[in-house]
Each structure stands twice: as structure tokens, then as C-alpha cells.
Write a protein of this length. Sequence first.
Length: 82
Amino acid sequence: MFGLSELAIILIVVAAVLAVKKLPELTRSAGKSARILKSEARAARDADEPGAPRVIQGETVKRQDPDTSTGSGSGSGSGSRG
């Protein structure tokens, strides 16, 4: 009758025929997963290097000037408006 290898080949062919509609979605999902895994591995490798600066996309940091951080008194909110 059928051996184990013939039965496995038939099952693979049947699964491929039935899954043709889902195949593009599955490959797209696998590609996204591979990109995420690659970026996470790169981030983990970069985290091991303490001297390298870390850049986070989409975040801005406003620096204060040393002159304005001491508070010169103008615009402090206390006082009369003329």
C-alpha cells in the first residue's frame, strides 16, 4: 500500500493546495517576524557596547540654557501688570 514517505508527500501536497489562499499572508507575517527578530538582535548587540550612543526615533529633548535656568526674575508671574 502506501509507505510513510508517500503518505507524508500526499499530506504536504493537500495542505499546499488548501492553503494557497493563506500563503501570501503567512509569508508576509514570516517576513515581519524576521525583521523584528533581526532588529531586536541588533538592539541587544548594541546594548552590550556601552560607549555607543543610543538613538530613539521620535523623541526630542529640549535643553535648558544655564543662563535661563537660574531665574532672572522676569516673567516669574509675581508682580503687577501695568
